[in-house]
Design a binder for this molecule. Structure first.
Ligand code: CP3
Length: 334
């Protein structure tokens, strides 16, 4: 078994694995160099050699225990035939949804559209650097994918009042999303993914209907991943004290806490689960002492427990890689 698997499945408390969300990305000059030559982000995700190279860049630098495949949660709507583009200084921009066309997409059409992601996982898993390291595959949670597909961009200002207006569309889409998320997960596992993380980045937007849009659809996916025999980590960002209900109902192997969650609260309330993450990524923009102090809070709280060190959200693009190195060295030596 690989280190993160040992922590998640065997509840081994001696390993203390570490990886960081968005560890492959814009804070690394070697990523920016490749990105400059490849202005089309989706095409870059579908370039097997480059996607694999980008996935390994942070492993080479920092020796993380897990490598998260360089891809994006929006490969799902892309595979369903929705237009997906990334605009500089704006973020993702999606096209209109055409339920007629999406309805006609079958498993073969979808898998063929994104199969290079699986090729990249396969290639990366075979790299000598990956021995005794976890290959982490991922998807967006049904709710977060639904949000992007309907809102067509990041809902930075919240959801529009008419988001839920078309009940029929929402329910049909949610069913389709769930079906293809399962396929996308199965394909990643068959290609070599050893851990699956489910990102629910916009879970915090919902005030009610949380069971309907978060707990139930995520539980369906988590049960499916468990049936495939692979450990699964959930990240329902921003749901505050609902983390407790989420954990009791969905029962993932691992749960990534966001930076708003107090680690002592998590230790007390989140039972029968391995906790991951928590440290505010903005901490890495501060002085060394502040970084070590921030990390110590988590190290102390989860001492003698199985814990996967990570952040409370993705690394910020403006992060200095030297600070990441200091954090990892500090964590490893503490
Ligand atoms: O190290 C890794 O984690 C690599 C793989 C990865 C990416 N995106 C690459 C990426 C993962 C796991 C994701 C997940 C993802 N993508 C999420 C969930 C996590 C989160 O941050 O909440 C979400 C919401 C997305 C959708 C998405 N993709 C957005 C909103 C953006 C724009 C971000 C921005 O700051 O401009 C992306 C683009 C993206 N995905 C980049 C990377 C490295 C930046 C692309 C670039 O411009 O170079």
């Amino acid at each position: 078994m690989t280190p993160i698997q040992k922590c998640l499945i065997n509840k081994n408390t001696k390993i203390n694995p570490v990886w960081l969300m968005r560890q492959a990305g814009r804070y690394l000059p070697e990523f920016r160099e490749i990105r400059k030559q490849n202005p089309n982000f989706i095409k870059l995700c579908l370039n097997t050699d480059l996607a694999s190279e980008i996935t390994l860049q942070p492993i080479r630098r920092f020796g993380f225990d897990g490598a998260v495949i360089f891809s994006d949660i929006l490969m799902l709507p892309y595979g369903l035939g929705q237009k997906v583009e990334f605009e500089k200084n704006f973020g993702p921009k999606l096209g209109d949804i055409d339920l007629e066309t999406i309805r006609d997409v079958d498993e073969i059409i979808f898998s063929e559209k994104v199969y290079k992601v699986y090729k990249a996982i396969e290639k990366t898993s075979k790299d000598p650097l990956m021995s005794n390291r976890d290959m982490i595959g991922f998807v967006g949670a049904p709710w977060t994918i639904l949000v992007y597909m309907i809102n067509k961009s990041s809902p930075k200002k919240g959801l529009s009042d008419d988001f839920f207006k078309d009940d029929f569309l929402i329910n049909r889409l949610l069913g389709i999303i769930e079906k293809f998320l399962k396929l996308h997960i199965k394909n990643q596992i068959e290609a070599g993914a050893q851990v699956i993380q489910i990102f629910d980045s916009w879970a915090g937007l919902l005030e009610n209907k949380i069971p309907e849009y978060i707990y139930i659809p995520t539980l369906n996916i988590v049960d499916y991943v468990k049936k495939l025999g692979v450990p699964v980590i959930c990240f329902p960002r921003g749901i505050k004290e609902n983390y407790k209900d989420f954990n009791n109902l969905v029962k993932p192997d691992g749960i990534n806490i966001d930076s708003e969650i107090d680690p002592d609260w998590a230790k007390d309330k989140l039972k029968d689960v391995v906790i991951q993450g928590g440290l505010d990524p903005r901490t890495l923009l501060k002085t060394d002492d502040e970084i070590f102090k921030g990390a110590t809070k988590y190290i102390k709280a989860f001492k003698d427990m199985p814990y996967v060190f990570n952040l409370g959200h993705g690394l910020l693009p403006e992060t200095d890689p030297a600070k990441v190195e200091k954090l990892i060295n500090f964590y490893r030596s503490s």
